[in-house]
Design a binder for this molecule. Structure first.
Ligand SMILES: *[C@@H]1O[C@H](CO)[C@@H](O)[C@H](O)[C@H]1NC(C)=O
Ligand SMILES: *[C@@H]1O[C@H](CO)[C@@H](O)[C@H](O)[C@H]1NC(C)=O
Ligand SMILES: *[C@@H]1O[C@H](CO)[C@@H](O)[C@H](O)[C@H]1NC(C)=O
Ligand SMILES: *[C@@H]1O[C@H](CO)[C@@H](O)[C@H](O)[C@H]1NC(C)=O
Length: 392
């Protein structure tokens, strides 16, 4: 302890050396006494401060090196103001309420027949989540549109996982519009270049799949899964907004770790030829509450986590190779910690501090995709209490 170091000899005004201080300081009286006491205290303070400084400076330098990104995230509220708030549309649902009444509750009318629905995704390697997604949406989808590239957004070549495992998806075959594309960017280019190119190709594939005006188009990542009843509502009701974001429950690693209820990137569009463009950013202010699930990094095998970490658009986050160590990845998953050892990306100190540390465990498996629960043994890694993953 730093305060014990003084005991060796210096004239400190600590308890053990009170006698010495009394010699110097004690005999005098009045103002003089308090002056020398102050000096005593100051001398003690100087050396302590010096020791502290000597220890602190390298710690700080190391700290900034290791946690620079954290520091900048923590200070984010100082340099970035929060985006304009969304307009949250309340969402009403119960299985025993008629569609007519559900539409009315939202202020919408009911149509004579439902709209056709297209679900379009860019696929990387999320085999299990894709199955759960397609089984959830299956009853209401006209065409499943899937585009797969032999390159990740960050420009690393990858196998065509879907093509290799296509027979697992027999159940959608008659409704499937599938295509592959090659890499356009070079390794080291900004990942958003490759991403924009793939989304453009998806627009072309949608036309090929026969999408027409006023069909519903779901724009979302594979792991952003609208709930079945949400899509049913939107295809049956008239007067829904032209573009509507979906507020999804945000899970990480599995349905055991509920981060928040605020995922918003997924959207549903009433398609308009030459106007609607596939995008994954904010496109409107309207967002429908509690419309499904977003399960990021919900993989069966550790190797899939590592692939995704490398393939990620923000792959500058892998600052240390230890992040890719399978043992560490497994520990992080079980604790609900962050794979990249980062702070929450929020806009206010209150939210950052509120979300710091591991994600609390959730023991609810109520209101999850039905296919997941009906095949709980096959997908048990997604359910509470099953954080251990296979390596390969
Ligand atoms: C819900 O609806 C079903 C049929 O649509 C009916 O059999 C059931 O009794 C209803 N349940 C309640 C609680 O009203
Ligand atoms: C990726 O796909 C493109 C176009 O299909 C092809 O020309 C290229 O050889 C492929 N590259 C690899 C490494 O598979
Ligand atoms: C998310 O919403 C559910 C209710 O649907 C609530 O129980 C839960 O506490 C919310 N979670 C967070 C992290 O806000
Ligand atoms: C959309 O663009 C194509 C090609 O430019 C054109 O042939 C078509 O008429 C346009 N459709 C509408 C509805 O404007």
């Amino acid at each position: 302890m730093w305060w014990m170091m003084g005991e060796g000899g210096g004239p400190y005004c600590s308890k053990k050396t009170d006698d010495y201080c009394a010699d110097v300081c004690g005999q005098e009286s009045g103002r003089l006494l308090s002056m020398s006491r102050v000096r005593c205290i100051l001398r003690g303070f100087d050396i302590r401060a010096l020791i502290l400084l000597i220890m602190l400076i390298p710690t700080c330098i190391f700290g900034i090196y290791a946690h620079g990104q954290k520091i900048s995230y923590f200070l984010r509220p100082l340099w970035e103001s929060p985006p304009k708030p969304f307009h949250d549309i309340p969402h009403y649902y119960h299985e025993n309420v008629s569609m007519e009444n559900l539409c009315k509750l939202h202020g919408w009318g009911i149509r004579e027949y439902p709209r056709r629905v297209y679900d379009a995704v860019l696929f990387s390697n999320e085999m299990d989540i894709l199955t759960i997604r397609w089984k959830e949406l299956y009853p209401y989808i006209t065409k499943f549109v899937l585009l797969e590239s032999n390159s990740t957004f960050s420009g690393i070549f990858k196998p065509l996982h879907f093509a290799k495992n296509r027979e697992q998806f027999d159940f959608v075959e008659p409704r499937l519009e599938y295509a592959t594309v090659g890499r356009t960017a070079k390794k080291g280019d900004n990942p958003f270049v490759e991403e924009a190119y793939q989304r453009l190709q998806l627009d072309n594939l949608l036309k090929l799949a026969g999408i027409t005006d006023d069909d519903l188009l779901i724009m979302s990542d594979v792991d952003e899964i609208p709930s079945r009843h949400t899509i049913n509502l939107l295809r049956w009701c008239d007067d829904i907004p032209d573009v509507l974001h979906l507020r999804l429950k945000n899970y990480l690693y599995s349905f055991e770790f509920l981060v928040d209820n605020n995922s918003w990137r997924a959207s549903v569009h009433r398609y308009r030829e030459n106007v609607t463009k596939y995008a994954h950013f904010r496109q409107t202010d309207d967002v429908l509450a509690d419309a499904g699930w977003h399960c990021s990094f919900c993989f069966r095998k550790i190797s899939e986590f590592i692939f995704k970490m490398k393939a990620y658009s923000h792959n500058d986050r892998i600052r240390f190779n230890k992040y890719l160590n399978p043992k560490r990845v497994q520990e992080v998953i079980c604790n609900g910690d962050d794979l990249f050892d980062m702070l929450p990306e929020e806009y206010t100190f209150k939210e950052i501090i509120g979300k710091m540390g591991p994600i609390p465990h959730s023991y609810s498996a109520v209101h999850l995709p039905s296919y997941l629960l009906e095949n709980a043994e096959k997908y048990k890694f997604l359910l509470p209490g099953n954080c251990r993953r296979d390596r390969e």
